[in-house]
Write a protein that binds this ligand. Structure first.
Ligand SMILES: Cc1cc2nc3c(=O)[nH]c(=O)nc-3n(C[C@H](O)[C@H](O)[C@H](O)COP(=O)(O)OP(=O)(O)OC[C@H]3O[C@@H](n4cnc5c(N)ncnc54)[C@H](O)[C@@H]3O)c2cc1C
Ligand code: SF4
Ligand code: SF4
Ligand code: SF4
Length: 407
């Protein structure tokens, strides 16, 4: 009987499913909604390939060289990107060479999954952070097919997805394949996100004021460097910023109480990165030690060059700004470069409670102490909303970074 990683350690990377030539593996939801591989014993011929490609059973050997860290701004794309636009910078390079770019999209039904795009006009489908585990589907197989046909490929994902891809491929394809691993706190799942949206859309002040359902969800602002989750409902063209009471999904996300179990023992939460480059937000850049003189207001990316490849991609270009910084600075405000998120006691119930039809969002917020910090958080949120409305948010962000305050 073939055994794969157990439900506490399996990352859901889907390498095993992609590798099985007998289509004996499906990724199926567990009781909390996280995808786990399920083997159909009638189809399985016990060849063991799925076990051999599993990055949990056989962790990837890290061959990275001495890593260099850069603060990076891509002025062409940063106002439509989550942080400094690093992803779009690399994506454009690969598309210019006739390649294909794989990343996470969120479709019209607000489902998150990996797709490949072949033109710059389609890049918007991938931009923006979606804080839901993206379904890999058969994308590793598609990548292998493209590489074997001699096409260039960029693949972006969480480090466990990049590990899954490399284990599935069995080699790095250095000349053709460029991978970007994201610094990653952890991931909730689609089922929890769907249930949350459902509960949100049923709130009286949502449906009556806007007469419709949620048709779009934005995890972060793209034109400034901040988390201001917002929704669009049918018949409304404007984004509606979520209040503290209704923003429970992202609050639970940042508290780390709705992540997959594997995230609390993540083997990639360190500086031994596996992607060609690591990309992330350069939180706190210049606030400790050497100053960072550029305007940070619309976001600054961190790029970690894990395989000494930066010279291959960075040519002098007036639309980008690159500055070498230190690994110590990178680690200061990015906890997941140092260790995985700590598992809190609340994790035992927080996923199932959000899934429970009878638990209303307000009750959930109350149970998990999300309303406790009332004055401080509310005042901060109202203040941010007002200055954002006045068009002064980016100025505020720049000044606060100059003063060494990053919130
Ligand atoms: C689940 C998750 C956790 C993260 N945690 C951190 C963190 O702790 N610290 C930090 O500095 N940065 C973190 N990031 C990365 C950060 O949010 C930005 O995505 C990153 O800085 C890239 O910004 P950008 O401006 O280059 O990209 P953008 O142009 O905004 O593009 C975002 C890129 O991320 C990919 N992506 C989006 N959602 C997913 C997903 N669910 N799964 C896989 N890939 C996805 C997209 O395909 C796209 O390529 C996280 C991202 C995700 C998805
Ligand atoms: S052992 Fe082979 S046939 Fe069976 S599930 Fe794994 S890869 Fe498929
Ligand atoms: S290959 Fe990935 S999805 Fe399959 S068991 Fe291992 S970690 Fe889980
Ligand atoms: S925290 Fe680790 S295991 Fe969890 S999604 Fe991110 S990379 Fe994967």
């Amino acid at each position: 009987m073939i055994e794969l990683a157990n439900t506490k350690t399996c990352t859901g990377c889907s390498a095993c499913m992609n590798a099985c030539s007998k289509s004996a593996i499906v990724m199926a939801e567990d009781s909390e909604g996280f995808l786990q591989p399920r083997i159909d014993v009638d189809k399985c011929v016990e060849c063991g390939l799925c076990q051999r490609v599993c990055p949990v059973l056989h962790p990837i050997q890290n061959e990275g060289s001495k890593r260099k860290v850069y603060a990076f701004i891509n002025y062409t794309d940063r106002k439509v990107s989550s942080s400094g636009g690093a992803f779009s910078f690399f994506a454009r390079k690969i598309l210019d060479e006739g390649g294909v770019v794989f990343g996470a999209t969120m479709d019209d039904n607000l489902q998150v999954y990996h797709i490949g795009v072949e033109s710059i006009d389609e890049l918007h489908r991938l931009r923006g952070s979606k804080y839901v585990q993206s379904k890999i589907g058969s994308s590793y197989k598609e990548v292998r097919f493209l590489l074997q046909s001699g096409r260039r490929v960029l693949f972006v994902g969480t480090p466990c997805q990049i590990a899954g891809l490399y284990k599935f491929l069995g080699r790095r394809y250095e000349e053709l394949l460029l991978t970007l691993d994201l610094i990653c706190h952890g991931v909730p799942n689609q089922k929890v996100f769907n249930t949350y949206l459902d509960k949100l859309s049923k709130l009286e002040n949502f449906s009556s004021a806007n007469a419709g359902n949620i048709v779009s969800f934005r995890f972060r602002n793209l034109d400034s460097w901040d988390y201001r989750p917002a929704v669009k409902v049918t018949k409304s063209k404007t984004w509606r910023i979520l209040s503290q009471e209704t923003n429970v999904y992202m609050t639970a996300f940042f508290r780390g109480i709705i992540y997959r179990e594997s995230c609390f023992r993540c083997q990639y939460a360190n500086t031994e990165r596996i992607g060609t480059f690591t990309i992330a937000d350069f939180w706190g850049v210049g606030t400790m030690g050497k100053r960072f003189k550029k305007d940070v207001s619309a976001g600054v990316s961190m790029i970690i060059d894990n395989y000494s490849q930066i010279d291959r991609y960075l040519v002098s270009d007036g639309n980008v700004y690159v500055e070498e910084r230190t690994l110590e600075e990178a680690r200061q405000k990015n906890e997941n470069l140092n260790h995985p998120v700590q598992r809190l006691e609340e994790r035992n119930t927080a996923v199932l409670d959000l899934l429970a039809p009878e638990m209303l969002l307000r009750e959930y917020a109350k149970k998990y102490g999300m309303l406790d910090a009332f004055p401080k958080h509310l005042v901060k949120m109202v203040f941010k909303n007002v200055i954002y409305g006045l068009g002064l948010y980016n100025m505020y962000k720049t000044i606060s970074y100059k003063l060494g305050r990053t919130s």
